[in-house]
Structures are given as structure tokens and as C-alpha cells.
Design a binder for this molecule. Structure first.
Ligand code: ATP
Ligand code: MG
Length: 274
């Protein structure tokens, strides 16, 4: 089993260092600390309203922490000059919680919009790249479809293709499987693992879906809305086995009855089933 050894030796890519997040005087989260290694899927989990999206937004430059910083390969994002921040943002791909595609544009045009804005590619090249990105998420042949002509799962994959448009090395996904049926959500999880393995990208994924957490997370961070801070972190199965915190244990077993955590997803799944 050489793979885990290689993984654990991967360099720290992102460090959340002593981060406190607030809206005005309302403190959402205090003293968040975490290290995310290159090429892993890092899950931010916790109940509704605990601050998952707020933390993700701080990581992608959309909300400055009240204190602390997010370091990318050792460079503190919020303490950097605007040009350096811009360079970092360029290496991110984001799928927002609302995840909306432009309804008046085809899937290829949705992806092309990002490429047109941030690259010097010709319209023909843009179309080729859009086709390539759509094929990466199993949507080959759907370039000219409008969002209203595809299923919710396909729209989520198209959103992922758009997030991949600029060849990001880090992807941030906020509740990618929210509102999808369990099978579709499962296929999306498999797609995330396939992309992690084929692109070598680092994923930061917000979710409170247990099945997803146990399927995709190499490492997870549990945020707690009651104490307004992090409560635990680690590989999910290890956390489940070792935690002595009843709140963390209850979160990781909730609703699963005797089934226990989902088995790890096999890669090479049926993408077109989403
Ligand atoms: N723009 C805002 N102004 C003030 N308070 C906000 C704002 N956005 C979020 N909040 C509050 O901050 C807290 C954390 O919100 P956030 O959206 O980060 O939670 P979440 O964990 O992502 O929830 P969910 O699982 O429902 O998406 C909540 O109490 C929310 O009401
Ligand atoms: Mg949220």
C-alpha cells in the first residue's frame, strides 16, 4: 500500500491559520486551524448555518476573516497585495452553493464566458476547450444544450466543467450534491474522485451529506454552530473510530442506523448515469 504513504507525504498546500469569521459583531466561527495537502479531498462539514459557506468564501477571497489568514503554499492570501491575490484566484475553480448556470446560454457558452474573460483564446479554441471540459464531466455532445434541457445532476456536472475551465489546481465546491437523489449524488462523488486522481487537483468540498463525506473525504473538518468553532478533524473513518466527543460521533452516525458509513466509491463509475 504505497499510495497512502505518498499521500501523507504530500506538501501542505493550504493552511487555515487561526481564522475567526464574523459578520459585523456576529462571530460565526473562531480560531479555525487546518492544513490541506496537495491532491487531497478536504471536506468542511457540519450542520446547517454553522459557517461552512462563510469559511469557504474566506478561502476564495470573498470575505476577509476578522483575524487570521489563509495561506496558499505559505503565502498569506489576505495579507498579500491585490496583484498576488489575483494570481492566486486565477488558480481556483469554484462551484457555488447556488451553482447556477446562465439559463440563456448553452453549456458551451457558459464555459466559454469564463475563457473569454480570462484568456486570449480565439472563439474556435474556446469552443474546443469548452467541449473538452464538458467531456471531462461526461457531457460530451451536450455543448449546445441549454440548462433547462438537462437534468439537475447534469447541470451540477456542467457547473463543475465551468469550474474546471481555467485548469485550476484547487477546486472549491459548496454542497455539490445538494438536492440530488442519492444515486445521482453518488455518481457526482465518483466524478470528484476521478477528477482528483486524473487532474491531481486539490478539492475543498463543503457538505453535510454523510454518504459523500465517507466516500470522498481524505480529511474532514467538523464545524460546530453551537460552540462556533471547529470540533474535530481527521480522516472520517478514523474520526468515527476514535472520537470521544458525542456531538462528533452523533454527526458521523446520524441517520445511518445499522448500515454504518458508506463504502468507498469505486472509480471508473458510470458518469452518464448522473
Ligand atoms: N451575509 C451575511 N450577513 C450576516 N449573516 C450571515 C451572512 N451570511 C451568512 N450569515 C450567517 O452566518 C452563519 C453561517 O452561515 P453560512 O451560510 O456560512 O452557514 P452554512 O454552514 O454554509 O449553512 P448551510 O448548510 O445552510 O449552507 C449563519 O448564522 C448565517 O445566518
Ligand atoms: Mg452553506
Amino acid at each position: 500500500m504505497t499510495e497512502p504513504a505518498i499521500k501523507s507525504a504530500a506538501a501542505v498546500k493550504i493552511e487555515i491559520r487561526g481564522v475567526t469569521l464574523a459578520y459585523g459583531s456576529f462571530v460565526v466561527l473562531r480560531d479555525i486551524q487546518a492544513r490541506i495537502r496537495g491532491g487531497e479531498v478536504f471536506v468542511i462539514m457540519g450542520g446547517s448555518g454553522c459557517g461552512k459557506s462563510t469559511l469557504l468564501r474566506a478561502m476564495i477571497g470573498l470575505g476577509q476573516p476578522a483575524s487570521g489568514d489563509i495561506l496558499y503554499e505559505g503565502v498569506p492570501y489576505w495579507a498579500s497585495e491585490p496583484e498576488a491575490r489575483q494570481r492566486l484566484l486565477r488558480s481556483f475553480g469554484v462551484l457555488f452553493q447556488s451553482g447556477a448556470l446562465w439559463s440563456s446560454m448553452t453549456l458551451a457558452e457558459n464555459i466559454g464566458l469564463v475563457l473569454g474573460e480570462f484568456t486570449d483564446l480565439t472563439p474556435a479554441d474556446i469552443r474546443d476547450v469548452a467541449r473538452l471540459k464538458l467531456s471531462l464531466v461526461g457531457l460530451r455532445g451536450f455543448e449546445d444544450h441549454y440548462p433547462s434541457e438537462i437534468s439537475g445532476g447534469m447541470a451540477r456536472r456542467a457547473g463543475l466543467a465551468r469550474a474546471l475551465a481555467l485548469d485550476p489546481d484547487t477546486l472549491f465546491l459548496d454542497e455539490p450534491s445538494a438536492g440530488l437523489d442519492p444515486l445521482t449524488a453518488r455518481n457526482l462523488d465518483e466524478l470528484i474522485l476521478e477528477l482528483r486522481d486524473s487532474l491531481g487537483a486539490t478539492f475543498v468540498v463543503v457538505t453535510h451529506e454523510l454518504a459523500s463525506i465517507f466516500t470522498i473525504a481524505d480529511h474532514c473538518l467538523f464545524l460546530d454552530g453551537t460552540t462556533r468553532t471547529m470540533r474535530a478533524q481527521g480522516p472520517p473513518r478514523e474520526l468515527l473510530r476514535t472520537t470521544e466527543d458525542p456531538v462528533v460521533h452523533a454527526f458521523l452516525t446520524r441517520g445511518e442506523g445499522n448500515r454504518g458509513p458508506a463504502a468507498p466509491a469505486a472509480t471508473g463509475g458510470n458518469l452518464l448515469a448522473i
